[in-house]
Structures are given as structure tokens and as C-alpha cells.
Design a protein around this ligand. Sequence first.
Ligand SMILES: Cc1cc2nc3c(=O)[nH]c(=O)nc-3n(C[C@H](O)[C@H](O)[C@H](O)COP(=O)(O)OP(=O)(O)OC[C@H]3O[C@@H](n4cnc5c(N)ncnc54)[C@H](O)[C@@H]3O)c2cc1C
Length: 419
Amino acid sequence: MQVIIAGAGLSGVASAWFLRQAGHEVLVIDRGEQAATETSYANGGQISASHPEPWSSPAAPRILLRWLGSADAPMRFQPQADPALWRWGLRFLRECAPARFAANAHAIAALAAFSRSTIAALRAQLHLDYEARQAGILHLFARPAEIAALPEKQRLLAAHGIDSECCTPARCVQIEPALSTLAPHLAGGLYAPQDESGNARLFARALAAHCQQAGVRFHFQRTIAAVDGRGVTLAGKDGAPNERLSADAVVLCAGSFGAALVRPLGLRLPVYPVKGFSITAPVREASLAPTVSLTDESRRIVCSRLGNTVRVAGMADIGGFDRTPHPARIALLRRWLEQTFPGATYSAEAEAWCGLRPVTPSNRPVIGASRVPGLWFNTGHGALGFTLSCGAARLLTALMQGETPPVDPRPFLPASHHV
Ligand SMILES: Cc1cc2nc3c(=O)[nH]c(=O)nc-3n(C[C@H](O)[C@H](O)[C@H](O)COP(=O)(O)OP(=O)(O)OC[C@H]3O[C@@H](n4cnc5c(N)ncnc54)[C@H](O)[C@@H]3O)c2cc1C
């Protein structure tokens, strides 16, 4: 089968790899000059099966209200005159019901656990070089109430074979000695030893290179003006007419921009951008810099050691497609880095970035056949696009092949998202 993949971020490249392995002729199209130039460029670097809980949680409405108008808010809602935002927001609130939250968390955990092992197998098979670390992820909590809730979280993780250890502040420092400054402010932690971290951009580009060697074609610096189930229309370059490329199937992996591409087909894809930020600072003193990937749960900030740099990422700003790295949000990340690991990095030299996470109201990605024959989705991976990349791509491939899916596909099928 000839397959066109729209988008060369983590989801598009991983889809290309597994579809090519299944014997298909694959063409990937992206407006960037190479793979991973948008949301997959500088994310938090975590492969975090231990964080399957969606943002649409029973606590989310309270958190949004409590932080309303605060520049320091980990999550902000910025109202826009955009009907898609309001439709998405209402569905987000509906997914906050406890039963919906639990079902979504289980579905994401199942896919994340499968994906994590798929990434590990691929790394070993292809010797992928992406500053990978297999040192686990340590989640940090500041409030005793958060520690009291951990047994329930551990039961969720255990149900999907995701190991975790509840930690005292002293144990947190034993796992990551660079945390000694933060330790007095910690109530405890949760360590997921099988979780991993790495540079998502390098991962996507290394895998794209293997895709090319395996015969996948890439058309870069081409903008897709329209998609349907039989091909794509590329916008003509420099005044040239539009160009039509035909295929037997099209897979939409266009991040936050996919919803607009399928709207003319009568499909309402519930994927909306949620903006996040990162900084990447060179290491100044290695003994003070973390090597274990961390999640500060109270402030919703993640931190990963990537080569000789420390990446700090976080924040969730809901309110449109603006892609400027807001200085106040960047300053917040820089402050966190300086306070948590004093003297560890050249924080003033940190590179600032922001990206638009493609997020569904339930946080479940959309994977499977659309109502338009030939048009498939593998998108909407939200805050877990690195974590879910390879599992989602394998699930998509199995569905396209008509094979037994490796995980229960039902929570991810477009119909379950009312698309
Ligand atoms: C601050 C931040 C931190 C994060 N941290 C983590 C983390 O630690 N772990 C984790 O698992 N996930 C994390 N994520 C989420 C993860 O980065 C995303 O889910 C993932 O990158 C999405 O990949 P994608 O391929 O769907 O989208 P993208 O990477 O955005 O790829 C979509 C591609 O489609 C192309 N495209 C779109 N429209 C068109 C068009 N019309 N024509 C041609 N090309 C088009 C774009 O150029 C782009 O390359 C984080 C995200 C952010 C913002």
C-alpha cells in the first residue's frame, strides 16, 4: 500500500518506521526543513509511563480557578474568540469526572507501558543515539496529602506492570544526590525505575535517518494545504500551482494543526494546542547537576539531563496557536532551575523554547481509521508524545494491517472521541 504521512514529528516518524517495516511504501511530508522542528523539538525528554493521569482530572477545575490570572500558574486558560477552544474546553470539563478520569488514566497507562518497551527494543535494535538514560523517573511531592494519595496511584501503575517505589525525602536524595538543596521542602517522592529519558529531537531524527535507509521518502519544506483519504494537496512553492499527491492511505500526524486540515471533510478532531515551555542550560558543575529525570509534581515541571545540558520544561497555557516563548514563563523555569540545583548550570545561557502540545480533552490520543475512507489518525498525544510515540505507531500499523492490536485499541479509536 502507498501511504502518505502528514507530519514528521515524533508521531509521524514513528508511524513511518513501523509502516515501512510492515512493507508499505511510505512518503512523509512536513513543512519543516527536517524532522522534529515543531513540538517534538525541545520537550521535557521523559519517557514516562509512570505519569498516565490526564490533565482533565477531578482536581483540574479547582486548579484552573485557583491560579486564574496568576503569572506563576502551572496551567492557564486564556479565553479566545475561537469556538473550537470552547468546544474543547467543555469536553475537557466533562472528562474531569472521576470515572472518566480513571478510565482515561488506565487506557493511557496501558499504551504507555507498551510504548516504553517498544522504544527500548527499537533503541537496542537500531543502536539509536539520543542522549538516552535508563535511570528511571523520580516524581517529587511537596505536600503530605500528595504522599497519602500515592498508594492509589501505585495500584494504577501496578495494574499495567509499571514498577514504582514510594520514597522518603532521604531516599529521594539517595536516588538523585543533586536534590539535597530541595530535600527539606519535600514531603516525598515516587520513583519509577523502568522509566527513561532522552532527547526527543535526536530520537526522531535518528529514527528518520533509519527510515530513509529503509526506503521511506521525506518531502521537507512542503506545506500541506488539504488532505483526504486518497492523498494530499501541497501548496505550490513560490507562486507555483498546488500539487496533488495520491496514495492508498493518508495518516494525519500534523500535531495541533491537524484539526484544521480535516475540518473541510466534516471531521471535528478534538485536538487543541496547549502551549508549554522549556529551557536547556549547559552544565557548569556536573556533581551538582541531576542525572535522574525528575518531575516536580507540585509545580508541574519536568527536568532531564540531556548530554552536557539540563532541560527544564513545563506549564500548560490553553488559548490559541501563538508560539512566542513568553518571557515570564521562561523566567519561572530558570528560577526553578537555579533554586533547585544552585551552581549546577549556566542558567543565564539557557536556550528558551516553546511548543504546542496536541491535546485531546481526555488526553487519550486518537489512533485509527477516520470516517473518511483511507484517512487515518495518529495524533493528539498531548503531554506524552515522546512516551507514546512508538506504542501508538505500532498500534496504528496493526490496525491498518488488520492484525490483532498489541493493546486494547478501543479508547483511542476516532469513534471513541466522537470524530
Ligand atoms: C514543554 C513540553 C514538554 C513536553 N515534555 C514531554 C515529555 O517529557 N515526554 C513526553 O512524552 N512528551 C512531552 N511533550 C509532548 C510531546 O513533545 C508532543 O506530544 C509531541 O512532540 C507531539 O508530536 P507530534 O508528532 O504529534 O507533533 P509535532 O512534533 O508538532 O509534529 C507535527 C508535524 O506536522 C507538521 N505540520 C503540521 N501542519 C502541517 C502542514 N499543513 N503541512 C506540512 N507539515 C505540517 C509540523 O511541521 C510538525 O513537524 C512535551 C511537550 C511540550 C510542549
